[in-house]
Design a protein around this ligand. Structure first.
Ligand code: FAD
Ligand code: THG
Length: 829
């Protein structure tokens, strides 16, 4: 183990950090090959001005940054001068409040400043500033010295750094890396980690591994002398600019305002390209507007510097599934460099990282998302949006990458689509509004929540119900829509949402609805049950026709996924999983004689749920759908009309009904058969907005959001899916019998017209003690619901807490869960 030979390609800050962290963990046979000189190699790290802003919507990214700051402070390579992000628009001011919330959730000390406080901290600021976010722990990393300091520590433990050694080929045998070749030397290796920065795709190609990043140039300019410059680093996201000071009294100005400049990596040797002043003109004007003192200064020099952008803005970390032993640690900023070095080293040495890296995993992408066209367009978008105010439900730039068989019918019903894993997913159907002929609400306004646009500085702007709202239910609506609660929302949580979702949720609880489950990834596993039994926590060795809800754990007992295993034959299973990482995990463990196949694209799935689901399906099918013959968590195969189907009696929305799977070519026939028969029952189609609300009422967790590999089943409220008596499984030995010290907890909010989106701090006595994972308005219970992580001491039903939401604190109460149907009477009948 400790004798494993590691070759790191690239001695930028990431390669150096990784060498340090690997050798620190006892893996000392490490050789770092660098095509350029040491340690100003000519890569991106050599030219980075090194600004580090730790706050990030992603908890993982924030913690990678926190570790980086701590380490570089220790190494004496960090100037903790503090950061200031300023707002010049009301929308940005609201966004800074939201970012202050992220900082609180992730334990980063931060404060909101008035315009005068901003100017006191940064005297060059003019009058345009409306407020700011100050993070005292942020600052400037000296990237080359930080790389060198880490490299020297690694060398003291035995690592070897070789400059002017360009890796020209990667040797692979039987799907395993065996070494790398430079112009004149072969370096044998058990593990090759590509830390080649934006050259990553070229190095990956040497091994046949796709690295989905796009190198892009970004402009950085030095001003002439300004005089006394504030030491604090500054961001002006409204104009895509950032600023730092230099000791001689001039400023550096970085810009993302210019048109995207994708680079053909094969055409460049160095990460700096000639400055293109014309592209900088608007940036310079915006800089002078913000900092009037710059009007008497000029652009002294500049360059267009190249670094990596990815389709979703996250780094690319982990081992290739195609070539074992070939790892990537790429698309990493200086900001996250030491943190990435650490987690990748843990992953290599211990077999698992200590942080949840699912957002950063090299293998997170679907095949379609690895196409050059997708990578190009989405990565360009990542550049354009780098400082934009992004709503969690904003759709991406490339649409219709994957559409389900039902797509034409969804479009015809007025589906408003969001996106997930490349799939177009209906959020709600405008046609549902026809159920309320006197629809008592207007759509939310598009302006974002701001302190400034609300009359009361602490109240969000809301969509107002028209005066006749109270009587609307009696005004001739086909479906009663008198319910008013949950329909009035602030403009942020009202974005990509419609009050129609309330009707969809209600119809699902009262009649029957179709939900497109196609995007839920499905695998077919063929082989002895022992394979799945040894990888999952529950007992899946049940009779044919049984569905089991179970967990995949890593060796540390952390939850890699929650899945359903339907035994369709003695040795054939349909497995409902959460994404590509599950496929890779199963494949990684698959023994000879077992096959694991992704059947998602060739099939389609419909949730047919609601109290009338049996009335709908029974006349259409040759399967006996009585409760006696087809009980809860059972699977049957047969037909609906002409369509061969696999039905699972499972419901993520917590109602009677089935998931119905069929071959994709027969999806429209399936939909049309159910839809036609459902007319007399008042069937509707439901979207993700209703779905999310219903699943939270039922307490069903969403992996990756509510729980991650950092959480064990007991903390997550999923202990019921662990059968310690059903034989050994991966992760079993690590499960602790101790009472958890923190818990995924259900909160019911006072209805204040706001619905959190997730990641907001949960506050007790003025201190953040946890954070929200998921939230939605619960239309059945008539209150907003949030799930979040809290210390066990706080997580007792009845405890009052607050949730930071922009500039407000929303009141909430810890509740007993689930909120709807705790006795399972709706589902099992
Ligand atoms: P690099 O530093 O590029 O290192 C990769 C190394 O791999 C290079 O030394 C290269 O020579 C070597 N290599 C490549 N191919 C081979 C091969 N075949 N054989 C051997 N060696 C090879 N980030 C921040 O966090 N804050 C900032 O303020 C900031 N500002 C930036 C401003 C500019 C103008 C630029 C260009 C970038 C900025 N960044 C910033 C981004 C940051 O610089 C990079 O993301 C980071 O430095 C990448 O580090 P790395 O080690 O992955 O890549
Ligand atoms: N359907 C199918 N597979 C899936 C999902 C799904 N796999 C991934 C993901 N979704 C898994 N998540 C859940 C969450 C809850 C339930 C099913 C899948 C569920 N739980 C019941 C409960 O907790 O009460 C039953 C548990 C039990 O009986 O053991 O239904 O949506 N096919």
């Amino acid at each position: 183990m400790a004798s494993r030979k590691v070759v790191i390609v690239g001695a930028g800050i990431v390669g150096c950090a990784l060498a340090d962290e690997l050798t620190l963990r006892g893996l000392t046979n490490v050789t770092v090959l660098e095509q350029g000189p040491l340690y100003a190699t000519g890569g991106s790290s050599s030219h980075a001005p090194g600004l580090v802003f730790q706050t990030n919507p992603s908890r993982t990214m924030a913690r990678l940054a926190q570790y980086t700051v701590d380490k570089y402070v220790d190494l004496g390579c960090f100037d903790q001068v503090g950061s200031l992000e300023v707002a010049t628009t009301p929308a940005r001011l609201a966004e800074l409040h939201r970012r202050h919330g992220f900082a609180q959730s992730w334990g980063i000390s931060s404060g909101l400043l008035s315009p005068d406080e901003c100017r006191a901290l940064y005297p060059l600021l003019g009058e345009s500033v409306l407020g700011g976010l100050h993070v005292p722990g942020d600052g400037l990393a000296r990237a080359v010295p930080a790389g060198e300091a880490q490299a020297l520590r690694a060398q003291a433990r035995g690592a070897v750094f070789l400059p002017f050694h360009r890796v020209a080929s990667v040797a692979v045998e039987n799907g395993r890396v065996t070494g790398v070749q430079t112009s004149d030397t072969f370096f044998p290796a058990d593990i090759v980690v590509s830390c080649a920065g934006f050259w990553g795709p070229s190095v990956g190609a040497l091994a046949g591994v796709r690295i989905p990043l796009l190198p892009m140039a970004h402009q950085y300019a030095h001003t002439s002398a300004v005089g006394r410059t504030p030491s604090v680093i500054l961001r002006h996201q409204d104009q895509d600019l950032y600023f730092r000071s230099y000791p001689d009294g001039h400023l550096g100005v970085g810009s993302y305002l210019h048109p995207p400049m994708p680079i053909d990596v094969s055409a460049i040797e160095d990460s700096t390209l000639a400055f293109t002043p014309a592209d900088f003109a608007s940036s310079w004007a915006a800089a002078q507007d913000l900092l009037p003192a710059l009007r008497s200064s000029s652009v002294a020099s500049g360059f267009n510097g190249v670094f990596s952008f990815t389709p979703d803005g996250f780094p690319l970390l982990g081992e290739s599934p195609v070539v074992r032993g070939f790892w990537s640690a790429e698309a990493v900023w200086v900001t996250h460099s030491a943190g990435v070095g650490r987690v990748v080293a843990e992953w290599i040495v211990d077999g698992r990282p200590s942080l949840d890296l699912h957002e950063c995993d090299l293998n997170r992408f679907h095949e379609a998302q690895l196409s050059p066209a997708y990578v190009h367009e989405r990565s360009v978008r990542s550049f354009v949006e780098v400082y934009d105010i992004l709503h969690p439900l904003d759709p991406p730039s490339v649409r219709d990458v994957r559409t389900s068989a039902f797509h034409p019918r969804q479009v015809a019903l007025g589906a408003v689509f969001g996106e997930g894993a490349g799939w177009e997913r209906p959020l709600w159907y405008e046609s549902t509004s026809a159920l309320c002929s006197a629809h008592p609400y207007s759509p939310p306004s598009q302006n974002v929540l701001t302190s400034a646009d609300a009359s009361d500085a602490t109240a969000p702007s809301t969509t107002k119900a028209p005066p006749n709202a109270e009587t609307a239910g009696q005004a001739g609506g086909e479906y009663e829509c008198a319910e008013q609660r949950g329909l009035v929302r602030d403009s942020w949580s009202g974005r990509h949402w419609s009050p129609v979702a309330a009707t969809e949720a209600r119809v699902t609880r009262e009649r029957v609805a179709l939900y497109d489950m196609t995007p839920l990834m499905r695998l077919e596993v063929v082989g002895p049950v022992s394979f799945l039994q040894g990888l999952t926590t529950n007992n899946v060795d049940k009779p044919v026709g049984t569905v089991v809800y179970t967990l995949l754990l890593d060796e540390g007992g952390g939850i890699l996924s929650d899945i359903t295993v339907a035994r369709l034959a003695e040795d054939r299973f349909q497995v409902g999983v959460n994404g590509m990482l599950d496929l890779h995990w199963l494949r990684r463990h698959v023994p000879a004689g077992v096959s694991v196949r992704d059947i998602t694209g060739g099939t389609c799935g419909l949730g047919v749920w609601g109290p009338l689901a049996r009335d709908l399906v029974a006349p259409l099918t040759d399967i006996d759908v009585s409760h006696r013959a087809f009980g809860y968590f059972k699977a049957r195969q047969g037909h609906i009309g002409t369509v061969p189907v696999t039905m699972l009696r499972v419901s993520y929305v917590g109602e009677l009904g089935w998931e119905v799977y069929a071959s994709a070519d027969q999806g429209l026939k399936l939909w049309d058969t159910l839809w036609a028969a459902g007319q007399e029952l008042g069937i509707i189609a439901g979207g993700r907005a209703a779905f999310n609300s219903l699943r939270l009422e039922k307490g069903y967790r969403l992996w990756g959001t509510d729980m991650t590999p950092e959480d064990d089943p007991y903390q997550s409220g999923l202990g019921f899916a662990v059968r310690l008596d059903a034989g050994d499984f991966v992760g079993r030995a690590a499960l602790s019998a101790d009472e958890p010290t923190r818990k995924l907890t259900c909160l019911v909010l006072d209805d204040e017209g706001c619905v959190p989106m997730g990641k907001e701090p949960i506050v007790v006595s003025g201190t953040a003690v946890g954070f929200v994972t998921s939230a939605a308005y619960g239309h059945t219970i008539g209150s907003p619901i949030a799930y979040g992580w809290l210390p066990t001491s706080v997580a007792t039903p009845g405890t009052r807490v607050q949730i930071g939401y922009f500039d407000r604190l929303l009141s909430a109460t810890v509740a007993e869960e689930p909120l709807v149907d705790p006795k399972m009477e709706r589902i099992r009948r």
